[in-house]
Design a protein. Structure first.
Length: 362
């Protein structure tokens, strides 16, 4: 029997918060968690991957409510964080015109090289127009682990009703053992929220907020689902103060041997709230990922999963069932039937095209 904990979640806030295709590719509540964070995840880095070709060039606060109109899409070109390592084409968004994204005008990509000295680390950014696309969260069949939500509430699949409008799938956050960061899907609380967690909150009106948990108090009643991650890389337009000392902060994960130049992913939001950013970086520190997000216009950003085996952005087509047509970068692990036919063990986000006439997030 599924236990619903959303009312408990609200009371906390009220009382306690002030093989790869071609590359182009949520009774008595449980006790509140007070333990110190678990050790960050460790991963084994892959061989250095080939960098994707650059795209062809073509001519407030995280909790602030987005506007209905907003700026044009794709976003304007941005200045890379370091001129020394920038490459031609860096910072220019071009529309993604593959698979189900074709003709929507809702997704665009850009490349940036965010390391101050090394030229090979890169971050590929996907800009997502939330006026045209809905962001949804799904629990995996195994992650995050939970003792209070029944298996039938964690299908690990994109709902059948959303398959015709599916555009893309991308990875969720850390495993539960790596910090027990909170997660709720449609009122089902898999793990209770942590106040120090950066929270990706999906509201009932289709809008998204990314902020530290206490900062979401004004919109608590509107939250439909949320996924927490380690402390925000970027919040209120400012980088986390411990990012410069990432090697000693030990907040955002590292490889088995301690290496922090690994594959990482993140999700961010522009100030107006209509443009979401997904980032996947190769051989990057968390601070590099944060720098890329900030330079691309994000005012808030949360690190998602790390490790090349669990990080991915998959574009689908309109076949039945939908099939992956692009992974955006090389060396991405996935299964052809994953997320749409074969249940995924770990949580994930997916993007679906809004129904015609659906209201823009506000």
């Amino acid at each position: 029997m599924v236990r619903r904990f959303f009312p408990w979640f609200l009371s906390i806030l009220a009382s306690g918060c002030g093989g790869t295709p071609p590359p182009l590719d949520h009774s008595a509540p449980p006790p509140r968690i007070t333990a110190s964070p678990a050790a960050p995840p460790v991963v084994t880095p892959p061989p250095k991957p080939a960098e994707p070709s650059p795209p062809e060039t073509a001519a407030a606060r995280a909790v602030a409510a987005p506007t209905n109109s907003g700026p044009p899409f794709p976003p304007p070109a941005f200045t890379p964080p370091h001129a020394r390592t920038a490459k031609p084409g860096d910072g220019v968004f071009t529309l993604l015109d593959e698979g189900a994204a074709r003709g929507t005008g809702a997704l665009a990509r850009a490349m940036v090289h965010p390391h101050p000295i090394k030229p090979h680390p890169y971050v590929l950014l996907v800009a997502i127009d939330l006026r045209r696309v809905d962001l949804r969260l799904v629990a995996g069949t195994e992650e995050p682990t939970s003792t209070v939500v029944s298996n039938d509430r964690r299908p690990g699949l994109v709902p059948a009703a959303d398959l015709p409008s599916l555009i893309a799938v991308f990875n969720g956050g850390f495993m539960a053992k790596h910090g027990k960061w909170g997660m709720m899907v449609d009122g089902d609380v898999f793990l209770p929220p942590r106040e120090d967690g950066c929270t990706v909150a999906l509201l009932g009106d289709g809008s998204v907020r990314i902020a530290s948990f206490p900062a979401l108090a004004p919109v608590t009643a509107q939250i439909r689902s949320y996924r927490q991650t380690p402390p925000c890389l970027l919040e209120g337009g400012a980088l986390h103060p411990r990012l410069p000392n990432e090697d000693t902060a030990r907040l955002w994960g590292a490889a088995e041997g301690g290496d922090r130049e690994i594959r990482r992913t993140a999700i961010g939001l522009h100030e107006d709230g209509t443009t979401l950013l997904f980032a996947i970086g190769e051989w990057v520190w968390a601070r590099d990922l944060a720098a890329a997000m900030k330079s691309a216009g994000a005012v808030s950003a949360a690190e998602l999963d790390i490790n090349w085996s669990y990080t991915r952005f998959l574009l689908y087509d309109h076949s039945t069932p939908p099939a992956v047509v692009s992974t955006l970068i090389e060396k991405v692990e996935y299964t052809k039937s994953g997320y749409v036919s074969k249940p995924a063990p770990r949580d994930f986000f997916y993007l679906k095209q809004k129904q015609s006439g659906a209201p823009a997030p506000r």
